[in-house]
Design a protein around this ligand. Structure first.
Ligand code: ADP
Ligand code: MG
Length: 605
């Protein structure tokens, strides 16, 4: 008996679950599903984003509704169109082996007549945004007077977005004897008010701690001058060639500008904000989901519905006005058990806000430095070497090989490697060579990093940076790599720091005293049949020296390294045209993207 079977789910659902590839129920599923299947009860379920809440209510609702009747029996309210569509798609997958179950999505920005027609054909389950739902009730296009189940999904987000009155109105059109299931990541006052007002002695389940920020997220801040936000963002991107990120700006205008500049500078980026048409937003989201866009620049409101797994970094280009909002931003990464990084670019005068956020999320920030140009070059070089190693050979080159061999016949292997790498590397090198340090020297008076060191200050004994040839591909994230190093070398809790995991390699620091021990441990060490190699990082800035370097963000960037990563932009035809310019614009000075905004500096920074 599988664990899903043990929860009491029917065969048709179990088959669908097998197709989805879910092996074991998540914690919230394990707790919620049996309760919802066995009893008619109201339920409040608190679990962070990415913990599988959709299936926690989706499986039971599908099993419980009567497919022989065409009456609407279940209503799911969710904050945004995006989520609404996502839940509908998921429910369709869950019910693929059920005959005659119809799930219909109701949301703004699309034809109300079409939606009404679908409902009329008989939808047992409606998934709706509150605004459009209310509209359809007022126009008598839906009848929810006989529903048995009402789900409030992402209740905190819905209330955040000001849907309290709408929800109240909608619920007043539903029967009293229904069951209400409320799912939320956090439990702010407004959510408890809803629970008290509209629910009858609900059972409560909590996964993880209430209101806590996701603990799989590492929070970092970078102090720069106000005018250096954009170049800092680019460096963060360049340090992380495989970045897949959401970048938050405060206003629609900034969002648009940052996205445009990134695209101009050759990054695969797109903008998401309320001034775009629904169609444009859909295009951008689709490209992002397919990872054709690596950096999605978004406003808080537009990003509300983003429910994409695998986001490696959230970058706060500017801090939000409300501290609450930070939790929602950083919760976009570290989903589904993965680790993630939330980076904040701040000016010195904003440092107090970091403190308030730390209090709110009950987690410390790490003070990090914007990488120097040479650190970026080092990372890009390793990245390139790995990329060459992993590149699949295109057999069609065969026909040209003898001619190519002819051209290269006098170049020996070592020289050839140097040349191949230089083809790409020189671009980065020329770009970053002699660029200045972007870090504001005095990173404020606070700011010890997680290891208790003051931001920007080297430990008194001197710290050493290392390169190690394992990374994400080998299943490591910064937490597990740190544990691996500590256990393998036999080091104390705080001995390994500044762990930056890249795709196929990583960097970390230790104090100089343990360097010998580390290098000795990793002479000839094999893990699962493979040599694990550790070297002191060559880059004086990046590693060994007295400066506390850190590179931990990444984006793509300026660089030809990502040229082959598919289309950039994607948001609109205009964006796509821009992407053609990528190569050309690479090599502009770091600030060149600002040229336009320099004229109007004030409305940008
Ligand atoms: P939440 O609503 O809590 O933010 P979702 O329901 O959107 O989370 O699920 C997050 C991701 O985890 C989705 O990609 C989903 O398909 C996946 N998922 C959900 N349940 C399981 C499971 N039991 N096993 C594996 N993956 C799961
Ligand atoms: Mg959800």
């Amino acid at each position: 008996m599988t664990k899903f079977e043990a929860l009491g789910l029917d065969k048709s659902l179990l088959d669908a679950i097998a197709d989805l590839g879910f092996e074991n129920p998540s914690e919230v599923q394990e707790k919620a599903i049996p309760i919802l299947l066995e009893t008619e009860t109201d339920l409040v379920a608190l679990a962070q984003t990415g913990t599988g809440k959709t299936a926690a209510f989706g499986f039971p609702i599908i099993q419980k509704i009567d497919s022989a009747s065409r009456t609407t029996q279940g209503l799911i309210l969710s904050p945004t169109r995006e989520l609404c569509l996502q839940i509908t798609n998921e429910l369709k997958l869950y019910s693929k082996y059920e005959k005659n179950i119809s799930t219909v999505a109701i949301y703004g920005g699309a034809s109300i007549t079409d939606q009404a027609r679908q409902i009329k054909r008989g939808a047992q389950i409606i998934v709706a945004t509150p605004g459009r739902m209310k509209d359809m009730i007022n126009r008598r296009l839906v009848d929810i007077s006989k529903i048995d189940y009402c789900v409030l999904d992402e209740a905190d987000e819905m209330l955040n977005m000001g849907f309290f009155e709408d929800i109240k109105d909608i619920l007043s059109n539903t029967p009293d004897e229904k069951s209400t299931w409320l799912f939320s990541a956090t439990m702010p006052k407004e959510v408890s008010i809803i629970a008290k007002k509209f629910m009858h002695s609900p059972q409560e389940i909590t996964v993880g701690t209430k209101n806590a920020g996701t603990s799989t997220v590492q929070h970092e801040y970078y102090v720069v001058g106000g005018r250096d936000r954009y170049p800092a963002l680019k460096r963060l991107a360049d340090t992380n060639p495989d970045i897949f990120s959401v970048i938050f700006c405060r206003t629609k205008r900034d969002t648009q500008k940052v996205a445009e500049k990134l695209i101009e500078d050759g990054y695969s980026a797109g903008a998401l904000h309320g001034d775009l048409s629904q169609n444009q937003r859909d295009l951008v989201m689709n490209s992002f989901r397919k990872k054709q866009i690596q950096m999605l620049v978004a406003t808080d409101v537009a990003a509300r519905g983003i429910d994409v797994d695998d986001i490696t970094h959230v970058i706060n280009y500017q801090l939000p006005d409300e501290i609450e909002t930070y939790t929602h931003r950083s919760g976009r990464t570290g989903r589904a058990g993965k680790s993630g990084i939330s980076m904040v670019i701040v000016t010195r005068s904003e440092m107090r806000k970091i403190k308030s956020i730390e209090n709110k999320i009950q987690q410390k920030f790490i003070s990090k430095k914007i990488p120097t140009g040479m650190e970026i070059c080092e990372i890009q070089l390793y990245h390139l070497a790995n990329k060459i190693k992993d590149t699949e050979i295109n057999e069609d080159v065969e026909g040209y090989l003898s001619a190519i061999n002819d051209v290269l016949k006098d170049v020996d292997r070592e020289e050839l490697i140097k040349k191949i790498v230089s083809v790409e590397f020189t671009r980065f090198y020329n770009y970053y060579n002699k660029t200045r340090d972007l870090n504001t020297q005095d990173s404020g008076d606070r700011g010890r990093d997680r290891d208790g060191r003051r931001g920007g200050e080297a430990p008194s004994s001197g710290s050493v940076r290392y390169f190690i040839n394992v990374g994400e591909k080998d299943g490591y994230d910064w937490m597990s790599l740190k544990d691996f190093l500590r256990e393998t070398v036999g080091l104390g809790k705080d001995d390994v720091f500044k762990v930056d995991v890249k795709d196929s390699f990583s960097f970390f620091n230790t104090d100089a005293e343990v360097t010998e021990k580390i290098l000795a441990t990793f002479t000839d060490l094999k893990v699962e049949g493979r040599f694990v190699n550790v070297e002191v990082s060559k880059n004086p800035g990046g590693g060994g020296g007295r400066r506390d370097r850190n590179r931990n963000s990444r984006s793509s960037g300026g660089g030809s390294f990502r040229r082959d990563r598919g289309k950039s932009g994607g948001g609109s035809g205009r964006d796509r045209d821009r992407s053609k310019k990528r190569e050309r614009s690479f090599g502009k000075s770091e600030n060149s993207g600002n040229r336009r905004s320099k004229r109007k500096k004030n409305d940008f920074f």
